[in-house]
Design a protein around this ligand. Structure first.
Ligand code: 13P
Ligand code: SF4
Length: 315
């Protein structure tokens, strides 16, 4: 790394530290954020851990370096706090593919179901759900629902199918998917497995079944990181957004972590929404106190119930 780049990074870091101290702000970041954002975050985690942190912090301001549904969840849990997001356009294909009106009609045509929504959805969809889950607790929570209840699971069909296979419960699935996790190439994965026969394959459950079939371990971003720390293997093929590989390499420089190319043949599996946030935008949002998450109180209160239920039910 050149000296001017290092110098610039240090300057930006100092600026952010000063702003956070002056404003009593906490920076939360998801593992799919740019490396330099991960480096300045006060806390990095998966969706569940980030929700817990947002609910428990005594900071006045939360700068949520992640996507919109994550920042929205922080606001639902901590309405008295100002929740900033560096780029308000940082959305998610799963949330986009589940519009609130269509979801409402779907629930009407499938009455008497217990509605579980993956946290990757809008507040308006959460408000229509009985329980929220994340990739880290989805199986655990579905297993806790009485066997006589019919379940709707939205919006990720791939996560839903994986939960069905782990829990043995059949569910009515919404047809959404993640554009990042759906684009890994199975052919490239097989080639990597042949080249690195001792490597363990780690996968996020948003991947399609044909990819999950190759996995030695499936879990949320944090669980993938923990597995790679605890497993004695020195080579890992990682089927999720490569932002997590930054933490893996940082923590375990002696181990090898490999990205899987996507179906177009390139290793460009970065989430286009997550990567809209930049370190400059973190500084701008702290200076301008904008963009901030704003939500109707009625929706917030309705969305809070299934999130609180998740936090109470999951270990
Ligand atoms: P995690 O909860 O595993 O961090 O996943 C969030 C996400 O958006 C994965 O694409
Ligand atoms: Fe949404 Fe997929 Fe990006 Fe995660 S990786 S935020 S599920 S689009």
């Amino acid at each position: 790394m050149s000296t001017p780049t290092l110098k610039r990074k240090e300057e930006l870091k100092k600026q952010i530290e000063r702003l956070c101290k002056d404003k009593n702000a906490l920076i939360l970041a998801h593992y799919y954020q740019e490396d330099e954002i991960q480096d300045i975050a006060h806390f990095i985690g998966d969706s569940l851990e980030l929700s817990r942190k947002a609910a428990s912090t005594d900071a006045d301001i939360i700068v949520f370096c992640g996507v919109h549904f994550m920042a929205e969840t922080a606001k639902i849990l901590s309405p008295e706090k100002t929740v900033l997001i560096p780029d308000i356009e940082a959305g998610c294909s799963l949330a986009d593919e589940c519009p609130e009106d269509e979801f409402k009609s779907f629930l009407h045509s499938n009455p008497d179901h217990f509605v579980i929504s993956y946290i990757n959805c809008t507040a308006a969809v959460k408000a229509q759900s009985d329980l929220i889950c994340t990739s880290s607790n989805a199986v655990e929570l579905v297993n806790k629902i009485p066997k006589n209840k019919k379940i709707i699971f939205a919006p990720d069909k791939n996560l839903g199918k994986w939960v069905e296979s782990k829990s043995g419960r059949e569910m009515k699935l919404w047809e959404g998917s993640c554009i990042v996790h759906e684009s890994f190439s199975e052919e490239s994965l097989i080639k990597l497995k042949i080249k690195y026969p001792n490597a363990k394959v780690l996968a996020h459950p948003e991947c399609q079944q044909n990819l999950l079939d190759h996995a030695d371990f499936i879990g949320s971003t944090s669980k993938l990181l923990t597995y790679s720390q605890e497993n004695e293997s020195t080579e890992f093929i990682v089927l999720t957004e490569p932002g997590i590989i930054y933490q893996m390499k940082k923590d375990m420089p002696q181990k090898i972590f490999l990205e899987v190319p996507n179906i177009d043949g390139c290793s460009c599996n970065k989430c286009p929404y997550m990567r809209l946030n930049t370190i400059e935008k973190v500084i701008d949002c702290l200076n301008n106190m904008s963009p901030k998450i704003i939500m109707e109180e009625e929706i917030r209160k309705k969305a809070l119930k299934p999130i609180q239920r998740m936090l109470e039910m999951s270990n």
